[in-house]
Design a protein around this ligand. Structure first.
Ligand code: ZN
Length: 68
């Protein structure tokens, strides 16, 4: 069975980090960052191994936007 998404989920924007539709979050430079990822980024330490991943993701999105 596929596509078992509710209305709210279908309308939710896709997060630029986790690429999941989330109803809550913030928009940055025309891109959506879900509340979960935002919180995780805020909590993540610069020394954390996850940090470069977030930065890379965000940089890529911002660069795409800049090139367009
Ligand atoms: Zn996310």
């Amino acid at each position: 069975m596929t596509g078992q998404t509710g209305d709210a989920e279908r309308q939710a924007p896709l997060c630029m980090i986790c690429e999941n539709p989330r109803p809550e979050g913030i928009h940055i430079c025309g891109h959506f960052l879900c509340a979960e990822c935002e919180e995780e980024i805020v909590r993540t330490n610069v020394e954390d191994e996850k940090y470069p991943y977030f930065i890379t993701r965000m940089k890529r999105v911002w660069q795409l936007k800049k090139d367009a």
